[in-house]
Design a protein around this ligand. Structure first.
Ligand SMILES: Nc1ncnc2c1ncn2[C@@H]1O[C@H](COP(=O)(O)OP(=O)(O)O)[C@@H](O)[C@H]1O
Ligand SMILES: [Mg+2]
Length: 317
């Protein structure tokens, strides 16, 4: 009975408590496919300096896959073997009541979960088949390839708009000449739908922008390091309807070049922006699971599970 494999799935499997440190086990290094060739290919030698991409033509879109993701805070299991394919080129929305593990799931996708001292996880995250938790890969690589935008816009308030956009470069070891930086600032702000509003005040502080503009500045900051995936955790919940619309339009345009996963409590938003939807639920103190996922309009119009129907119709949550 001491065999952990015989324990209840709710028991924290010590052999899989793989985070902070040591790094998680992977099945076999030989089984892990190499990162797809790209200008942001991973180098293992130190120090690594990634040249700045010269052009911003769309690259191959990335497929993100979570397999059997479980998560714990201390002994509290909050996700139980969640698997989800987040295909390239579409927007996936994660819906469900508060506390069912959506943000935890999102943070696991780009290795932010392990910043929490008591946090542990099991399972795999695969970016185009390559394990994001591969111990040979740097933590910053996961965060650069898989960017994140949070509920509350978090620009550096005293830093200029321009410097805010460029802030991620140093953190991820990318360098650029001043003229490259100018081009990068403009292209990132354009793609985030903010350029027209700030082009003539790039040296003004980021903190002086409206909430919706600050959120687009944060999107521009994420885009500047050329992520392949953009995770957005309730990015509009602090914004007015007009700003929300602008962000949604921006997302729909960005979906042409980055794979997007968004957590939203707004069913209309999920319906407007996402093609695929996953419904998370943690009932009666049990860990979060995906109850149902699939085509967004099908899920809203003819949900297969009674609990999904109750949630999308607003009967709880
Ligand atoms: N840093 C943390 N420490 C301990 N428990 C946490 C932490 N963050 C989240 N939790 C718990 O994990 C569960 C899932 O939370 P979360 O992922 O934030 O859900 P959601 O985003 O769906 O509202 C909740 O029970 C929450 O209380
Ligand atoms: Mg959340």
């Amino acid at each position: 009975m001491n065999d952990p494999t015989l324990a209840s799935p709710l028991a924290r499997p010590e052999r899989l408590t793989v985070l902070v440190p040591p790094v998680p086990p992977v099945p076999s290094v030989d089984d892990v496919p190499a990162m797809p060739p790209s200008r942001t290919a991973v180098q293992t030698d130190e120090p690594r300096r990634t040249p700045l991409p010269q052009s911003y033509a769309p690259r191959d879109l990335a497929n993100l896959r979570a397999e059997g993701i479980s998560a714990w805070f201390g002994t509290h299991m909050v996700l139980d073997r969640v698997s989800l394919n987040m295909p390239a080129g579409i927007i996936t929305s994660l819906i469900g009541p508060s506390g069912c593990g959506k943000s935890t799931f999102l943070r696991i996708l780009n290795r932010m979960h392990e910043l929490v001292p008591s946090a542990a996880m099991a399972g795999q995250v695969l970016l185009d088949g390559a394990d994001v938790y591969d111990p040979k890969r740097r933590l910053t690589d996961a965060r650069r390839h898989i960017g994140m935008v949070f509920q509350k816009p978090n620009p550096f308030p005293a830093m200029s708009i321009r410097e805010n956009v460029l802030a991620g470069l140093r953190l991820t070891g990318m360098k650029a000449s001043n003229s490259d930086k100018d081009a990068l600032v403009e292209s990132s702000l354009r793609r985030a739908g903010l350029w027209a509003e700030v082009a003539n005040r790039l040296s003004a502080p980021g903190g002086g922008l409206s909430g919706g503009q600050q959120q687009r500045l944060c999107i521009a900051r994420s885009l500047a390091v050329r992520p392949r995936v953009l995770l957005m955790d309730e990015p509009c919940s602090a914004l007015d309807p007009t700003s929300t619309r602008v962000i949604e339009e921006t997302m729909l345009e960005l979906a042409q070049e980055v794979t997007i996963v968004i957590v939203t409590h707004n069913m209309q938003q999920a319906a407007r922006v996402s093609q695929q939807c996953a419904f998370f639920l943690a009932s009666q103190g049990t860990p979060g699971v995906i109850v149902e996922h699939g085509d967004t309009s099908a899920m809203f119009q003819s949900p297969q599970d009674e609990r999904t129907a109750a949630y999308v119709e607003g009967r709880f949550g």
